[in-house]
Design a protein. Structure first.
Lengths: 296, 260
């Protein structure tokens, strides 16, 4: 190719990449602006204090209430419950696959677990209705098992593949020399895993947990199907709850355009955004704190 | 000749291998290896890359246990104790036979914790640890350089300091034998001479086996030298004999730098 033609191509490629890059940034920025703009509009109608401290969410009642606390507590219950189940199970499974299982077993288990991530959330929600729900109902002697615990179990199942895969990658990425050093001073396998391998892989494990948590917080369809969606203030794991995501999904289709209610849904979406942002920042902070012990 | 025999009898064999064969899968890596290491002496294992010297070294503290498809035959012993006896605990073997690796591998923890880890693992009472750690760092000539920041991540130390920390970690456990797998191969000349100085000091208390590619190093630090080639022991003897008066043609060619 001639030199001039090559230089023209170079310029063209640069232009294309710059355009795609800017386009993506503009779209993401546009979403953020729209979210904040509508949230701002909402606060012209409802006082922020009432929104943040209100314990009732009832936008279509005789006197509309826009208290976000029941939704926030619901999301927190389901997500924290899911993490309480998924973190120990996930790290344990990853440690087994990476440190104990033989090569053959690992080559079977890992793709299987990764396949689990591809199960659509609506299918998991269905399992919640037909299996987990009745199970919880019969154990707790309730009429149905559509409650926070059900949602937490399902979200744990959905977060597990991410947590296991990312954690296992982090464990595999550790240099074998760490393990040798530990065995070299007479440590057993369990001591090596617990005191050297897992702490050394902490940044990766935290990243795994944060990714899992992010998935759980944002998940909509599963919790919509499995948690009962009662808008009363949540009373615990064995009661029906209604998360932020489920509320947006249920009400957005019915709401008249540019009403207070419409703006309110953007406001809770902004809250959701804030939570995920905080989760990510916290993850980043912990990753950096552990990283100083890592080889540069 | 009679004098030699007398010396041989005085020296007590600490570590030995007899008729050792090792396979990685189908690859026959060690072929009928028989060697012995005298107590409180430094023995160098030399030979070209891939001759099996590191592999042999790792047999003694059973590091091959970690790898799949390794098959070992023959007898490896610490004094009279068979190292591969089913009744013996592998963690005890590794406590008695410490190892310093080719690349310094401190744990991603503080300097203090790097040594403390092994002590905790081996149930050293908490009250004694501080003293042992201090002592181990002094023995490894590292104390003066790190005494003010023991809480610093070990990974921030220089390469030579890291390697001396790894030696400190090993001697803190008071092993009987220290295996060193090319401990200076990643170090600069100044760090290397510090580590060699350290070996000079450690020989008073420990039996040391050192794998090295550096023939000057072998001559500087080792009492005896064993030359290996293609998985077999070619010649073993006093370091000065191996280098100045080798009995085999192959040894002579190697130590004079004709190959390897």
């Amino acid at each position: 190719m001639k030199l001039a033609a090559r230089e023209r191509l170079d310029k063209l490629v640069k232009l294309v990449f710059r355009t795609t890059g800017l386009l993506v940034i503009m779209i993401l920025g546009g979403i953020l602006v729209m979210l904040l703009w509508n949230t701002f509009a909402f606060f012209l109608h409802v006082k922020p204090v009432d929104f943040v401290t209100g314990t009732q969410w009832n936008p279509v009642g005789h006197k509309a209430r826009y208290g976000m606390l029941p939704l926030l507590v619901s999301t927190a219950l389901v997500t924290l419950g899911a993490m309480a189940i998924a973190i120990p199970l996930g790290i344990g499974t990853a440690a087994f696959i990476s440190e104990y299982a033989g090569k053959k077993l690992r080559n079977i288990l890992k793709p299987l677990i990764e396949m689990l991530a591809a199960v659509p959330s609506v299918a998991i929600g269905f399992l919640g209705i037909v299996i987990v729900g009745p199970g919880i109902a019969s154990i707790t002697n309730q009429a149905n098992g559509l409650n926070a615990l059900n949602g937490a179990i399902l979200l744990a199942i959905m977060a597990l593949p991410t947590i296991i895969t990312v954690t296992e990658d982090a464990l595999q990425a550790l240099p074998q020399t760490y393990r040798e050093a530990s065995y070299g001073v007479g440590a057993s396998r369990w001591q090596t895993v617990r005191k050297v391998v897992i702490p050394a892989a902490a940044p990766g494990i935290i990243a795994a947990v944060m990714l899992g948590a992010g998935r759980a917080i944002g998940e909509t369809m599963t919790v919509l199907m499995a948690t009962g969606n009662a808008s009363a203030f949540p009373k615990g794991f064995f009661h029906s709850v209604r998360t932020i995501t489920a509320t947006i999904a249920i009400e957005m289709g019915e709401v008249p355009y540019q009403t207070t209610h419409y703006y309110a849904l953007f406001a809770i979406a902004a809250v959701l955004f804030l939570i995920t942002l905080l989760v990510n920042l916290a993850g980043e902070y912990f990753v950096n704190r552990y990283r100083k012990y890592q080889v540069a | 000749m009679t004098e030699d025999v007398a010396i041989m009898i005085k020296e007590k064999t600490k570590l030995s291998a007899a008729g050792v064969n090792l396979w990685f899968g189908n690859k026959h890596v060690l072929k009928n290896v028989g060697v012995s290491f005298s107590e409180k002496k430094v023995t160098a294992l030399i030979g070209p890359s891939g001759c099996g010297k590191s592999t042999l070294l790792r047999c003694f503290n059973r590091m091959h246990d970690l790898a799949p498809d390794v098959r070992i035959e023959g007898k490896l012993a610490l004094e009279k104790q068979d190292l591969y006896d089913r009744a013996i605990s592998v963690t005890q073997v590794r406590k008695r036979i410490g190892m310093v690796f080719q690349k310094a591998n401190p744990f991603p923890k503080s300097i203090y914790e790097n040594i403390n880890y092994g002590l905790k693992i081996n149930d050293v009472p908490a009250g004694e640890r501080q003293g042992i750690i201090e002592n181990a760092l002094k023995e490894s000539f590292l104390w003066d350089e790190v005494k003010d920041d023991l809480k610093k991540p070990a990974t921030r130390l220089s390469g030579g300091q890291q390697q001396r920390l790894c030696i400190a970690r090993t001697v803190a456990l008071r092993p009987e034998v220290i295996l060193m797998d090319e401990p200076c191969s990643a170090l600069d000349p100044i760090s290397t001479s510090k580590v060699e100085e350290l070996i000079e000091k450690l020989r008073e208390q420990y039996t040391i086996v050192i794998v090295t590619h550096n023939m000057q190093q072998a001559q500087r630090v080792a009492d005896s030298t064993i030359f290996m080639y293609l998985g077999e022991v070619v010649e073993a003897g006093n370091t000065s004999d191996i280098f100045n008066n080798p009995q085999k043609e192959l040894t002579a060619n190697y130590v004079r730098g004709h190959f390897g």
